[in-house]
Design a protein around this ligand. Structure first.
Ligand SMILES: CC(C)(COP(=O)(O)OP(=O)(O)OC[C@H]1O[C@@H](n2cnc3c(N)ncnc32)[C@H](O)[C@@H]1OP(=O)(O)O)[C@@H](O)C(=O)NCCC(=O)NCCS
Length: 231
């Protein structure tokens, strides 16, 4: 059990102001996948999409940057490769409306997760945690959030795709009773790796709600009680 009974990280719905940091987290989590998802379009125009962020309730982004010396645009201190002039030209050419300037959040965001809900199915499209914050229960917190949000939206089942080599993520999903139900050949566009389809049925049933309650309590005992806001 951690010192404090309240987890230092909380969940809330993603807003446009979160996008710059979410892009950093996305690059950490999926370094070979470029460009990042069109988060602004997802938030504004996709009625099926719902995005969550995990944020540090103790320290703001600037304070963390000063304390750790980690540059604002990276999360693990790794220096970015110098960008070529051509890369700049390409980036400007591909610039999307979501790149317009607005006031970014001052909170320190440490992870994000996206789901699309179609009829009774919640589909986890993406989940990532900053390199610097892995192994602290944040990925699991986000995943609990995706299940709770799917239940709030009356879903009865959940699915996702995961790289066949990504055992860390598969372990997390298996913990929440997701099972491998299929395989998509060459699913990932960067290197042609296959994806496992993982699914869980009956998330609204008493046995699954019992499992969820048990896993949430264990998470709270280990990491502290988390604040989770879904509006
Ligand atoms: C997958 C990811 C989100 C997990 O986040 P995290 O905050 O580090 O994970 P947590 O600390 O909450 O751990 C939750 C569970 O994940 C699994 N897990 C986490 N780290 C692990 C590791 N190093 N080895 C094996 N399993 C691990 C375990 O099942 C763990 O539960 P446990 O502690 O009871 O064993 C994170 O590693 C990440 O962002 N990876 C890169 C992006 C990615 O692969 N996303 C998934 C795409 S489908």
């Amino acid at each position: 059990m951690v010192d404090t009974e309240v987890m230092a990280y909380a969940l809330r719905a993603m807003t446009e102001e979160d996008i710059p940091q979410v892009k950093v987290i996305d690059r950490d989590a999926f370094p070979t996948m470029w460009p990042p998802p069109a988060f602004k379009r997802e938030l504004k125009n996709n009625n099926l999409a719902y995005y969550l962020v995990a944020w540090d309730t103790d320290r703001g982004h600037e304070e963390w940057t000063m304390e750790t010396g980690i540059a604002a645009e990276t999360s693990d201190g790794a220096s970015e490769a110098p960008r070529s002039r051509m890369a700049g030209v390409v980036r400007r050419f591909l610039r999307r409306p979501e790149d317009e300037a607005f006031e970014p959040t001052e909170e320190l965001l440490v992870g994000y997760l996206g789901i699309w809900t179609v009829l009774e199915e919640g589909h986890v499209v993406s989940v990532g945690v900053r390199n610097s914050h892995r192994g602290l229960g944040i990925g699991e917190l986000l995943f609990i959030g995706s299940i709770e949000q799917s239940l709030l939206l009356s879903c009865t089942r959940m699915t996702l795709e995961v790289r066949v080599s990504n055992e860390v993520a598969q372990n997390l999903y298996k913990k929440y009773d997701f099972r491998i139900t299929g395989r998509r050949k060459g699913y990932y566009t960067d290197d042609g790796e296959d994806a496992f389809i993982m699914s869980v049925e009956g998330i609204d049933t008493p046995p699954y709600r019992e499992l969820l309650t048990e896993l949430r309590s264990k998470h709270s005992e280990r990491w502290g009680v988390s604040v989770r806001q879904y509006d």
